[in-house]
Design a protein around this ligand. Structure first.
Ligand code: PMP
Length: 380
């Protein structure tokens, strides 16, 4: 019997206890029963966001919260700085352009982290930059950006720092308040182990102040509307009721495990995967100084068809990993996730089948060396 294992960097696997909740009959959202849940999950999300700021739940995929972080903060022709190091950094630029905002883009070489000196220089020289848009974990390259250092620089200015933590929230450390991140956006289908359908956004006082002057058009993602509704423990539109109820189960799991333990756990899975890749003679795509604990990107050997490798793992063996995104990376890398409810067994199974398929495709190596290297890390 074929079983499916999801090792993709979103959506991630959903634990059985959350699946049980998702299978329950629906309740109406304008009821005290749902309002109690909405209130509790909104409060508990602050633990995962590591913030005292307001957090709002939107019904959309993560990109909806990214759009909200543009159209609620800015006016047409406002200048913003975008740190763009992959597909999802590019998304910030695309959204800003769609709204007539003027993005100044720092193009970071894919697989590398941003130059802090360059960011500093721009912030010092161009005081009219309203917001900096960055990414915590660039899922397309497997890089974690130094949000702490960026936060330290932006904190000293009037600029608002916005971070896409769609990949990474609940899987790698992001102390929102301590690092001075004004706006954090995320989604339900990654570290939170839920189906796609919820987006989240946190807002600092500094962000609210910028929002008060922002004139871009908005409707569905109007955060003033979300705030007003939430004052009555309500949402402006019909929320994804079932996923919000399941979120309550997910937050229970995360709080019981604790964020710190989860971060350590995923870091270990990442180290094990990196060790396996090296033992198999495969190169990591991300520079070691910024390789993420949330997703590992591995270069596919030149004579191996990367798209076929991903397809065979998924269709023949039921192990879903991700390939490369965009023309630059299509077929050239594979990506393996370490977030949500992925555990050591899953990681070892993924590596084992990666070996199996690589061998079938004619790649020369000693079978079992990847698994052995990963086990060494996991057993340490
Ligand atoms: N940003 C990052 C870093 C992501 O990983 C993703 C999803 N892969 C997105 C943005 C887009 O999120 P969604 O697909 O939920 O809209």
């Amino acid at each position: 019997m074929k079983k499916n294992l999801l090792l993709t960097p979103g959506p991630t696997q959903i634990p059985p206890e959350i699946c049980d909740v998702l299978g329950q009959p629906i309740i109406h959202h304008r009821t005290p029963q749902f309002q109690q849940i909405l209130k509790e999950v909104t409060e508990d999300l602050k633990y995962v966001f590591q913030t005292k700021n307001d957090v709002f739940i939107l019904t959309s995929s993560g990109t909806g919260a990214m759009e909200a972080a543009v159209c609620n903060l800015l006016s047409a022709n406002d200048k913003v700085l975008i740190i763009e190091g992959g597909k999802f950094g590019e998304r910030w630029t695309e959204i800003c352009k769609a709204y007539g905002v003027l993005p100044k883009v720092i193009k970071v070489e894919w697989g590398k982290s941003a130059s802090l000196e360059q960011i500093q220089k721009i912030l010092q020289g161009e005081k009219d930059i309203k917001a900096v848009y960055a990414t915590l974990v660039e899922t397309s390259t497997g890089v974690t950006f130094d949000v702490k250092a960026i936060g330290e620089m932006v904190k000293k200015t009037n600029t608002v720092l916005v971070v896409d933590a769609i990949s990474g929230l609940g899987a790698t450390d992001l102390p929102t308040d301590a690092w001075g991140v004004d706006v954090v956006v995320s989604g339900s289908q990654k570290g939170l182990m839920l189906p796609p359908g919820l987006a989240f956004i946190s807002l600092s006082v500094k962000a609210y102040n910028l929002m008060a002057k922002a004139k871009l058009p908005r409707y569905y993602f109007d955060l003033q509307m979300a705030k007003k509704a939430f004052e009555k423990t309500d949402t402006p539109f019909t929320p994804a009721i079932g996923i919000i109820i399941a979120l309550s189960e997910s937050l229970k799991i995360i709080k019981t495990q604790t964020l710190q333990k989860l971060f350590t756990h995923f870091a270990k899975l990442a180290k094990a995967t990196q060790a396996a890749a090296k033992a198999l003679g495969l190169e990591l795509y991300a520079h070691p100084s910024c390789a993420s604990n949330v997703v590992t990107a591995i270069k596919v050997p030149v004579h191996i068809d990367g798209e076929k490798l991903v397809k065979t793992m998924r269709d023949t063996y039921g192990i879903a990993i991700a390939g490369g995104q965009g023309e630059e990376l299509k077929g050239k890398i594979i990506r393996i996730a370490h977030m949500g409810c992925i555990n050591e067994n899953d990681t070892l199974t993924g590596i084992s089948f990666l070996e199996k398929v690589l061998e079938e495709m004619g790649y020369k190596f000693k079978l079992g060396t990847g698994v052995a290297a990963a086990e060494k890390v996991l057993n340490s």
